[in-house]
Design a protein around this ligand. Structure first.
Ligand code: GDP
Ligand code: IMO
Ligand code: MG
Length: 429
């Protein structure tokens, strides 16, 4: 048995939630391994829409266990809100939602620090979701953090007060921003009561025992590979390892236990927040992609920047993740375009290249494109790959050929059912 992984190959919002929700019925355990409430994963089925931030996207399947792994950072306030939505939809999560004790906690002052740090950066701001992600991971690596398991310790409040005091001192170096600390703190402690009722586990033992017992496990990535703290467009990245290697640290499984790596890419490309985006169409084409694709952030509501698919970028993330299968989402968004573009190379340092420069932030790359004719027809009701218009199949085949990885699924709309299996998805677990 092995842990299969689903993750985003671009700058996030590739449709991970939808694909995890769809595939979840083939697994016993669905688990998040990094990130936190900066994520917004949208699930649409039976006429209902849910956006998950911390809870894995397998929670709507009736028997699957959903584990929030140790690599995740948890804000109890967001978690409680998500649980309330599950309760309102009569989802029985009690026996099926588990938290790894070693997952770190986002304190109100982490969010406060995030906002102050962004304010201090001015025009150079990252465009953070302001959920406190960076400061929480800084406390984790700085060895100051508080973890989910700590909420059951008798000295919890004293530890909280000590960490908050550190944060308040740190905040003095930043420009002052408006923040209702007392109000947020009261909400945070109230939400902790809900969190105390949830089952906590030693995630690393839990997952390794599950592997021994032959249970099928799916790890759900958050953000996208180009936001990885090591390999993304640094410093315009998030603060965790979003690539497949993050599964090992974020769950406590060995590299030899990773099975299929299912990489998701939109049929075009988006980014929310600041930072380089070589194939961005900051013009009417980008606006058209945004409106046809409903490209507004699931967590912050911000308009997403839009552009064409970028093969040098995807090549890079296919390599970093060891992708074994590709899923292409939102192909329907291209339905009405007369022609479609895919960047095949970057021109920089006097030559066309297939590799990314050391620093995309400081090297101006000029994408070289290949044009494809659009299919200009609706995909509504098409259920087989053979039934797709020839133009769409040609485009998908070109992606497959360029990236050297088979496409196993094509998503043709936001609903769980709007999915075409090109070939049977391989499940290791
Ligand atoms: P995630 O963060 O990767 O889970 O993706 P988000 O939920 O942030 O953003 C994906 C958006 O596209 C959501 O609004 C989905 O409902 C929607 N979506 C997913 N797949 C498709 C698709 O194939 N076609 C269309 N039109 N929308 C899709
Ligand atoms: P999902 O899981 C898209 C971006 C932010 C910002 C940068 C750093 O839904 O794909 P952070 O809050 O982590 O400090 O922000 O990363 N970002 C995302 N963009 N989808 C996400 O998650 C993202 N999570 C963070 O916009 O540019
Ligand atoms: Mg999202």
């Amino acid at each position: 048995m092995a842990v299969d992984v689903i993750l985003g190959l671009q700058w996030g919002d590739e449709g991970k939630g939808k694909i995890v929700d769809y595939l979840a019925e083939r697994y016993d355990i669905i688990t998040r391994f990094q990130g936190g409430p900066n994520a917004g994963h949208t699930l649409i089925f039976d006429g209902q829409k849910f956006v998950l931030h911390t809870i894995p996207s397998g929670i709507f399947r009736p028997t699957q266990i959903n584990l929030i792994g140790n690599g995740v950072v948890i804000d109890p306030i967001t978690l409680e809100k998500e649980i309330q939505k599950l309760e309102a939809a009569s989802v029985d999560y009690h026996e099926r939602l588990l938290i790894a004790r070693k997952a770190h906690l986002i304190l109100p002052t982490h969010r406060y620090l995030d906002a102050a740090s962004e304010a201090a950066k001015g025009k150079a701001k990252i465009g953070s979701t302001l959920k406190g992600i960076g400061p929480t991971y800084m406390d984790k690596t700085g060895r100051n953090g508080m973890r989910a398991g700590d909420i059951l310790r008798p000295d919890f409040e004293a530890r909280y007060a000590a960490l908050q005091e550190k944060h308040l001192q740190l905040l003095q170096i930043y420009p002052s921003i408006e923040f209702d600390l007392a109000g947020e703190e009261a909400k945070w402690f109230a939400s902790l009561e809900k969190m105390r009722q949830l089952q906590q586990v030693d995630g690393e033992y839990y997952i390794n025992q599950a592997l021994k017992d032959g249970r099928r496990i799916l790890a759900e990535g958050a953000q996208g590979s180009m936001l990885d703290v090591d390999f993304g467009t640094y410093p315009f990245v998030t603060s965790s390892n979003t690539i497949s290697s993050g599964v090992c640290n974020g769950l406590g499984v060995a590299p030899s236990q990773i099975g299929e790596v299912i990489g998701i890419s939109k049929a075009y490309c988006t980014r929310v927040g600041s930072g380089p985006f070589p194939t961005e169409e900051d013009n009417a084409t980008g606006e058209r992609l945004r409106s046809e694709g409903g490209e507004f952030g699931a967590t912050t509501g911000r308009p997403r920047r839009c552009g064409w698919i970028d093969l040098p970028q995807l090549h890079y993330t296919v390599m970093l993740n060891g992708v074994t299968q590709l899923v292409i989402t939102k192909i329907d968004v291209l339905n009405n375009f007369e022609s479609i573009r895919a960047a095949t190379h970057y021109h920089y340092d006097g030559a066309d290249r297939e590799t990314l420069p050391y620093d995309l932030c400081s090297v101006e790359v000029e994408p070289r494109y290949r044009d494809f004719p659009g299919w200009q027809t609706s995909l509504e009701g098409i259920e087989s790959y053979a039934g797709l218009p020839a133009g769409a199949r040609d485009y998908l085949q070109a992606l497959e050929a360029q990236l050297g990885v088979p496409v196993t699924m094509v998503s043709t709309g936001p609903d769980r059912k709007q999915l075409i299996l090109k070939e049977e998805v391989r499940v290791m677990g």
